[in-house]
Design a protein. Structure first.
Lengths: 637, 77, 216
């Protein structure tokens, strides 16, 4: 308890709340008393805000600094500014080992676990919200929610909170696995790595606070002109939380790229890197670049709401209009927003697809088919992914001539994705397959991602999208890609590296039960979502008519959602009880050739007791005499 | 840049060329800015203005920011 | 979920990383990281430029721009350019341990940067002027103008803080011929801020047909 109260987490949260309250009070009184410098009020007529909105925005931004200063993640940098040369603090600093996870720690494995715990926590919150509104949707009519805006807050929050959870999950995989797989002791910039994690915590707090401070009904996309005029001012917290989370993405993205370029083990050329690292680098390039644009889009909405700057409203005063001054345009937001938010889904799925390619050869005991093609297809998906954004706007007022190139580029994404699919099939072909839980999740991921992938071109084609846009078909497609591309591979990775992380083995039976509940549950959910969408169910609506004939489907989707929720609780039970077991896991339970299994489990502070050396190809399973990595001579001991 | 210095540390005589290179770049940038201004006022051509900006950017990245150090001192592998 | 047990813990609380990069290796990585950061920021400024070219246009006439005073804008642009040259001098000086030139040049960089910043805030934004040339509420002109200059000004402020810190640490003798990464980083960042203005200046002041904003 003493350690918990003095942890960086507690300090940061207290700092954040205190700075928020103090700065909110100060700014609000300042605005009340000082009339000389008039802050333009948002153009909302006849609306009594429960909060002073501009003061809330400024105080929220200041509260981030409150968190960062109080938790101490920037103190080393402040010392450097003051001319000192602080060195990296390794280890638990004399405290119990578990306190590392709630304190500032620069070790990439600790940060990876922090991301993972954070991800699972936020995932549970987002999942709970989904279960709430799925219960509401189980029957036509309003069940227990008061009105539509409560429902709107629920699904909007579900969207953005799950996105935060997925980013944390991606952070967990790339941070924990990235340096280990390339034979490094840590990331290139350990302090920046800690910063990436810790800046995400106050952003998550801000996002969650938005639910209680007014809520918001804009969905996770926050399109103007609705987001610039909605009276649910939790939208500001949503915009800021989303924006500040971007710092985490940018910093961790460029850290991973630099690490992969400069920290590789001796002998590990680019085309001998584990395939997951290629995927992580591709995702990191997207994270480090496109995230900036969504920051601009969100800042613009905040500025329009708080300062009255007209970016997105196509109406201006007659005087300005007569003089030829242009007005804003809501389509601009959609362009800038999707320039990030489409590549963002590739940030989520690329590491997941990398995990699939990484684990398949281990469990089929065969070389990975077409290593170079898979490696380059990750980069290909990332690059093509930057050129497809406007397919989210095929039903908008964008000029029709722009729509066709975007349709074509969208269909082009299927090519590198197809490369991955055929490589997986060819890897499985005639393999000596084994089916422990991680392999089941890999196969589940492939099946579910196939469902998501096949429904994609239907939405990317203008003619069919006209009918399916904004229906549940989109919801079904999206969840299939994200479960197949992120959730299932993430779980596969958790089960696969669990013995490496903890030194203990998970319970195989519970793992299999988890799988056999979750996969059928997901298939039912996703397929029926697509079906009700085709039958006319719109997304983002709290109610539907009983004459649509989709009651049975909706009830089944709700049941499937509950099943998925329970199966995840089974996984958590399994992981927690297994981690507390006495019995140690075997050194290399999967007979993997990957370098991390050359080191003891759990991994030592600096991963390898001596630098490893790569002497062969990474995935030559089943070839006699093939070696990937060796430890020259273990030092000391 | 330290390649230019011979042996002893604090000998500012050696570095005149490097300072001079910076100054020449500065003059070139100033001239380009002046051209830019006159193009903008008297010959409003967006393409020409963007080309001028790209030329200025290339100079700044090359000389002032030393982008070539990325590959000259870059790979330790 | 422990990371490390047994092996090397609990000696003096000091763990040594056998694979720790050397200072020279770290500098190479720092340089690449900083350039990646600059590249990342390109997307931020590109988004603003996209907004400028998307909104400041007329279906018939093509690109538009607000009619603003040309003289001061050109002067501020030149001031930033001069500051860039002084930054270069300071960097070369620190690489040669010529502390006098370093000191003077960096101080000049700071002063020039400050003049630019104050010029933008007090003249271009019209804070303190009775009749500002442009207001944030002036349609898409005001919105994008303040977004572009404001985002650039934030980077100038960061750069000024950076310059001040490096100036102080340089005078405390923290940089040497072999290791003056702090100065180099500051120089790259400051030139980058200048680089952004190289694109923003024509985009805001020169490209397109000038439209007079009524009421100013």
């Amino acid at each position: 308890m003493k350690y918990f109260l003095t942890s960086a987490l507690t300090k940061g949260l207290v700092g954040q709340i205190l700075t928020f309250i103090v700065s909110y009070g100060l700014i609000r009184n300042f605005r009340k008393t000082v009339s000389g410098w008039e802050v333009p009020a948002p153009e909302l007529s006849g609306w009594q805000a429960p909060y002073d909105e501009p003061a809330m925005v400024l105080a929220t931004i200041i509260s981030l600094f409150g968190f960062l200063l109080a938790c101490g993640v920037v103190s080393d940098w402040l010392k450097m500014m003051a001319g000192q040369k602080p060195h990296l603090k390794h280890g638990a600093q004399g405290k119990p080992e578990w306190t590392r996870y709630i304190n500032i720690d620069v070790n990439h494995k600790v940060i990876g676990i922090q991301y993972g715990l954070n991800s699972i926590f936020i995932l549970l919150v987002g999942g709970l919200l989904a279960i709430l509104f799925r219960l509401e949707l189980a029957l036509p009519g309003l069940q227990f929610l008061q009105d539509g805006s409560q429902y709107n807050t629920l699904f909007s929050a579900h969207g953005i909170i799950m996105i935060a959870a997925i980013f944390a999950g991606v952070g967990a995989m790339t941070n924990y696995l990235g340096p280990v797989l390339i034979g490094a002791s840590d990331m290139s910039f350990p302090r920046l790595n800690a910063f990436s994690y810790w800046v995400g915590v106050p952003s998550a707090v801000i996002l969650l606070a938005g639910i209680f401070m007014g809520g918001w009904d804009t969905g996770w996309v926050g399109y103007p002109t609705h987001s610039t005029t909605t009276q649910m001012i939790g939208v500001q917290m949503f915009l800021l939380g989303f924006y500040l989370n971007g710092f985490s993405s940018i910093a961790s993205g460029l850290n991973m790229v630099v690490t992969a370029v400069y920290m590789r083990a001796k002998g590990m050329s680019y085309f001998r890197m584990p395939i997951f690292v290629w995927a992580a680098v591709a995702a990191s390039i997207l994270q480090a670049t496109t995230t900036q644009t969504v920051g601009v889009a969100l800042t613009m909405v905040v500025a329009q709401r708080t300062l009255g700057m007209n970016f997105f409203t196509p109406v201006i005063s007659p005087e300005l209009l007569a003089a030829g001054v242009p007005a804003g345009d809501p389509i601009l937001f959609q362009h800038i927003f999707w320039f990030y938010s489409h590549p963002a889904v590739y940030v989520w799925i690329l590491p997941g697809l990398g995990i699939i390619s990484e684990l398949l050869p281990v469990f089929t005991r065969k070389p990975l088919f077409g290593y170079k093609w898979i490696a380059l297809s990750s980069i290909g998906i990332a690059l093509v992914g930057m050129l497809v954004w406007a397919h989210h706007m095929l039903t908008s007022s964008m000029p029709p001539a722009w729509k066709i190139p975007f349709m074509l580029s969208t269909l082009l994404v299927a090519v590198p994705t197809g490369v991955k699919f055929f490589s997986w099939l060819a890897t499985i072909w005639e393999g000596k397959m084994r089916f422990p839980t991680p392999m089941l999740f890999v196969l589940g991921a492939i099946s579910v991602f196939l469902l998501g992938g096949l429904s994609g071109p239907i939405l990317g084609t203008i003619a069919t999208d006209m009918h399916l846009h904004d229906t549940y078909f989109v919801v079904g497609h999206f969840h299939a890609t994200i479960f197949g591309g992120f959730v299932f591979p993430f779980f596969a990775a958790i089960y696969y590296w669990f013995p490496k992380i903890t030194g203990k083995m998970y319970d195989e039976l519970l793992g299999k039960i988890h799988f056999w509940i979750m996969v059928p549950g997901f298939w039912v959910m996703s397929l029926l979502q697509m079906r009700v969408g085709v039958l006319g169910m719109r997304r983002r609506i709290a109610d539907y008519g009983s004459d649509l004939g989709i009651q049975v489907e909706h009830a089944l989707i709700t049941v499937a959602t509950l099943a998925i929720g329970w199966s995840i609780l089974i996984m958590l039970y399994n992981l927690i009880t297994s981690a507390r077991k006495e019995e140690l896991a075997p050194e290399n339970p999967w007979e993997s050739r990957s370098p991390e299994f050359l080191a003891p489990s759990p991994l030592p502070e600096f991963n390898y007791l001596a630098p490893i050396e790569v002497v062969g190809e990474p995935y030559d399973y089943g070839l006699e005499g093939a070696t990937y990595a060796v430890v020259p001579t273990p030092a000391g001991d | 840049m330290s390649d230019h210095s011979h042996s002893e540390a604090k000998s500012p005589v050696v570095d005149k060329t490097v300072y001079r290179k910076g100054f020449n770049t500065f003059i070139a940038l100033a001239v380009l800015t002046a051209i830019e201004y006159f193009v903008g006022i008297y010959l409003p051509s967006a393409v020409l203005l963007i080309l001028l900006a790209v030329a200025k950017a290339a100079l700044v990245m090359n000389v002032f920011m030393g982008i070539t150090k990325l590959w000259r001192e870059g790979d330790h592998h | 979920m422990a990371v490390a047990h047994g092996h090397d813990d609990h000696h003096h609380g000091e763990l040594h990383n056998p694979m720790e990069p050397t200072r020279q290796e770290q500098i190479v990585m720092n340089r690449f990281g900083l350039w990646l950061f600059c590249f990342s920021e390109v997307f931020l400024f590109m988004a603003l430029l996209a907004a400028r070219f998307y909104l400041w246009r007329d279906p018939v006439q093509g690109a538009l721009r607000p009619e603003l005073e040309q003289g001061p804008a050109l002067i501020f642009t030149c001031v930033l350019l001069v500051s860039s040259w002084f930054m270069n001098r300071a960097e070369v000086a620190s690489a040669n341990e010529d502390m006098k030139t370093f000191n003077q040049s960096l101080a000049m960089t700071f002063v020039m940067g400050l003049i630019f910043l104050l010029g933008v805030i007090f003249y271009e934004w019209g804070l303190g002027l009775a009749h500002p040339h442009i207001l944030p509420t002036d349609g898409a002109f005001g919105a994008v103008f303040f977004a572009m200059t404001g985002m650039h000004a934030i980077h100038v402020i960061t750069g000024l803080i950076f310059v001040a810190i490096v100036w102080r640490n340089g005078n405390l003798g923290h940089y040497s011929r072999e290791d003056h990464w702090g100065v180099e980083a500051c120089a790259i960042y400051w030139h980058y801020v200048d680089l952004v203005w190289i694109f923003f200046y024509p985009a805001i002041y020169l490209i397109g047909i000038g439209v007079h904003i009524p009421g100013h």
